[in-house]
Ligand binder design. Sequence first.
Ligand SMILES: [Zn+2]
Length: 174
Amino acid sequence: MSSHLPDFVDPWRMVDQRRVFSGYAAIADLSRLAKIVLGAESDIELQLEFERDREKRACIKGSVKAELLLECQRCLSPMSFSVMSQLNIALVRSTEEAERLPDDYDPLLLGEPRIRLLDIVEEELLLSLPQVSRHEVGECCPDAHQETEQAATDLDEPDERVNPFAVLAKLRRK
Ligand SMILES: [Zn+2]
């Protein structure tokens, strides 16, 4: 499996050439996702297959696999979250075209001639995140909450961690 991926591609050309990209992405390369999750347990595994379906629709199939670390919103300690997502994306040029798609397709509205491959991966992962991340009942870390609260009072300390309320607000906006 090649881990060398081009940054940007012309998606229509990739469809005509039936290109397949597979490899790995680091969470650091997915900046919007990196702001929402605590991290990832390993690199994100991806396979993007550009092709036409039987109706000659330009589409992207393939898969995205990730082991993300989310912050439990009950005890504020990390929890693992596995994503194993099958892609079923149709390339469209207008919202009208998107509305005509069969329900099992996710439309990807292309305004520009090029797309960043990792944006497709990132979008898929963002859509896979739960509305509210919480450990299963009984699996919360009993001591973590207090520790995190003490850390959070130290406001002058530069902190790369995401404010849990900002994350919540972002999720609620969906
Ligand atoms: Zn918890």
